[in-house]
Design a protein around this ligand. Structure first.
Ligand code: E4P
Length: 218
C-alpha cells in the first residue's frame, strides 16, 4: 500500500519524507489556503523537489476548456505532478483528454462507486473516495472503498483507489484490509499509526532492566 501525506505544508512534508515511508503528496485548494500559499506553481514545484513520488495539485477551473488549459500548466511544473480534477461532467471529459496525452490525474471528490466507474473509464490514474466526509454525514465511508474495489476488480481497471479524507488510524487499517491501493493522511495520522502504549511500556522496561544489569555487574 502506498502512503501519501495530505497537506501543502512543506515542514510536514519534509518530516513525513524523513520517515522513509512516504510515497507521495496530495494537496487541495483548502489545504493551500490553510497555509496561505501565494505562488501556487512555485509551491507545488518545491513539494515536487522534496518528494520523489506523485504530488497531486488541484485545478480550480470547472469548465472543460479551462480545466484542460490549467491542468496542462500544472502538469508542466514537474515530472511527478498529478493533475487533480473534480468529479464533474467537464472534469471527466478533461480526464479523458489528459489520459490520452499521458498526463496523470487524480479524480477527486468521489462519493459513489458509479462516479468511480466513470472516472476509471475516462482513464483516471487515481480515484479519491472521501471516507471521512461520508462518515461525517452518517454514511459508511468504508463501504465505498469496498464497492469500488469490487467494481474495478470485476473489469480489471487499473485506476488506483486512493483512500482520502482519512481522519484516524482505523480508516487507514480498514482501507488496507479492503485493498485500497493508496491512503492519503495528515501527518498526525501517519504518526498515530506507529504508536502503541505497550511498545512504550515494553521499551521502558527493557531499558530499566538493562540498567539494573549494568549496575549489578559493577
Ligand atoms: C485529498 O486528496 C483530499 O482532498 C482530502 O483528503 C480531503 O480531506 P478532508 O475531508 O479532511 O478535507
Amino acid at each position: 500500500m502506498k502512503f501519501f501525506i495530505d497537506t501543502a505544508d512543506l515542514d510536514e512534508i519534509k518530516e513525513a519524507n524523513d520517515l522513509g515511508v512516504l510515497d507521495g503528496v496530495t494537496t487541495n485548494p483548502s489545504l493551500c489556503a490553510k497555509i496561505g500559499v501565494s505562488d501556487f506553481e512555485g509551491h507545488i514545484a518545491k513539494i515536487c523537489n522534496i518528494v520523489e513520488g506523485d504530488v497531486s495539485a488541484e485545478v480550480i477551473s470547472t469548465t472543460y476548456d479551462e480545466i484542460v488549459e490549467e491542468g496542462r500548466k500544472i502538469a508542466s511544473i514537474a515530472d511527478n505532478v498529478v493533475v487533480k480534477v473534480p468529479l464533474i461532467k467537464d472534469g471527466i471529459k478533461a480526464i479523458k483528454t489528459f489520459s490520452d496525452e499521458g498526463i496523470k490525474t487524480n479524480c477527486t471528490l468521489c462519493f459513489s462507486a458509479s462516479q468511480a466507474l466513470i472516472a476509471a473509464k475516462a482513464g483516471a490514474t487515481y480515484i479519491s473516495p472521501f471516507i471521512g466526509r461520508l462518515d461525517d454525514i452518517s454514511s459508511e465511508g468504508m463501504d465505498l472503498i469496498a464497492d469500488i474495489r469490487l467494481v474495478y476488480d470485476n473489469y480489471g481497471y487499473d485506476t488506483e483507489i486512493l483512500a482520502a479524507s482519512i481522519r484516524h488510524p482505523m480508516h487507514l487499517l480498514e482501507s488496507a484490509r479492503l485493498g485500497a491501493d493508496v491512503a492519503t493522511m495528515p501527518l498526525k495520522v501517519i504518526e498515530q499509526l506507529l504508536k502503541h502504549p505497550l511498545t512504550d511500556i515494553g521499551l521502558e522496561k527493557f531499558l530499566a532492566d538493562w540498567d539494573d544489569l549494568q549496575k549489578s555487574l559493577k
